[in-house]
Design a protein around this ligand. Structure first.
Ligand code: 5RP
Length: 230
């Protein structure tokens, strides 16, 4: 089975958790997009849901495929969010933000009664940190924020390259108008301590550690699909 087919299988399994009338958070990334495609087919067959997208990219795909959308202003409490991840640890701690949508993804997940992650098995790790941690920052005071991140990480025994994410020779700009620093710390033994330390830096808008948010991960591999719970 190729990588795309694994994503489709995970997305198909997640669709089984979607019930008529649900208010649904809809994630961002290639796996979430497979979910949107399958969801759109069900909507075409009469499934009634309302979706809140986690990015402009997801919103555009939903609109193109006829998935009805709302906003968190109109629909502040959601039943379920389905989203991908860049890394998943055994406690269902996640790294997200490889697609640059971590802020809206975290806001939408936090507004949901339940978050289910969909992924192929390559995303499973024992300890988070192999994937560089995306940190969304305000463009103002970028240098100072970067230095503060370095200092905070060093206090936790973490060091590594901090790279400003670029696209077409310019800083990548998130849907919220912020920049992203990708932090290559390597293994992060104490994710909660790093999360708290990053949140204490004024220029940090949000980071890609999702702790305690996912209730299940649907993981596809060549042998089949399994559900991982914390
Ligand atoms: C976007 C994300 C994505 O969920 C994450 O990057 C996984 O993407 P993909 O399914 O393409 O591997 O966090 O901000």
């Amino acid at each position: 089975m190729d990588a795309r087919q694994l994503k489709i299988e995970a997305a198909r399994e997640a669709l089984g958790h979607v019930e008529d009338g649900m208010k649904l958070g809809i994630g961002t990334g290639s796996t979430a997009e497979e979910f949107v495609r399958l969801l759109a087919v069900k909507v075409g067959e009469g499934l009634s849901i309302i979706g809140v997208p986690t990015s402009e990219r997801t919103a555009a795909l939903c609109t193109e495929l006829g998935v009805p959308l709302s906003t968190l202003d109109e629909t502040p409490r959601l039943d379920l969010t389905i989203d991908g991840a860049d890394e998943i640890d055994p406690h269902l701690g996640l790294i997200k933000g490889g697609g640059g949508a971590l802020l809206r993804e975290k806001i939408v997940a936090a507004a949901s009664s339940k978050m289910i992650v969909i992924a192929d098995a390559s995303k499973l790790v024992d300890t988070l940190g192999r994937f560089p941690l995306p940190i969304e920052v305000n463009p103002f005071g970028l240098g100072a924020t970067r230095a503060a991140i370095e200092d905070a990480a060093a206090r936790l025994g973490l060091k590594g390259e901090l790279t400003l994410r670029m696209t077409n020779d310019a800083p990548f700009v998130t849907d919220g108008g912020h920049f992203i620093i990708d932090a290559s710390f390597g293994r992060i033994p104490d994710t909660r301590a790093l999360s708290d330390a990053l949140h204490a830096i004024p220029g940090v808008v949000e980071h890609g550690l999702f702790l305690g948010l996912a209730k299940a991960a649907i993981v596809a591999e060549a042998g089949g699909v399994r559900t991982v719970r914390p």
